[in-house]
Design a protein. Structure first.
Length: 163
């Protein structure tokens, strides 16, 4: 099993959205028996809470399913994960600092690095939490745009992983 975990700050907006979108992409590609997808937050403020209602609204409107409870990322998880996807540069920095080994730190990547249209200045998925529904819709667009490239990378890794 190849394991991917999406990480944002509180695990109620961006990372559950990325988890839902990517889980759908994995299923569409016929990889759902080979790839496990989940999410977490760098902080534990929302542990046990469902996704933000605006996240749920945007995902449902786009046809994505979600069943989410927030949780905090733990350093011990690196041992079982193959890829840790940070939603912005702050998460990337925090996760790499949390990694117990250089090999674990190398598992951490920015989501938008998988979007060929994203420039270095546009590497982050902006946090929509303090804004309107438009920010959540933009978040979904950015997640979807990066998901194709991420799926390609994971598909290749699964081939190598099972070889």
């Amino acid at each position: 099993m190849y394991r991917v975990c999406f990480v944002c700050t509180g695990n109620i907006c961006r990372s559950p959205m990325a988890e839902s979108v990517f889980r759908a992409r994995v299923a569409e590609a016929g990889l759902d028996g080979l790839v496990e997808v989940d999410s977490a937050g760098t902080g534990g403020w929302h542990e046990g809470d469902g996704a933000d209602p605006r996240t749920v609204t945007v995902l449902k409107a786009a046809g994505y399913e979600q069943n989410h409870l927030a949780r905090q990322f733990r350093a011990s998880w690196f041992a079982r994960l193959d890829l840790v996807i940070a939603l912005d540069a702050g998460h990337l920095r925090d996760l790499r600092a949390l990694a117990p080994t250089p090999e674990d730190a190398a598992k951490v990547r920015l989501l938008r690095s998988y979007d060929p249209a994203a420039t270095a200045a546009e590497a982050d998925v902006p946090d929509p939490y303090y804004g309107s529904l438009d920010g959540f819709e933009q978040c979904l667009e950015l997640v979807e745009a990066a998901s194709t490239g991420l799926l390609d990378a994971v598909r290749e890794a699964v081939k190598e992983h099972s070889a």
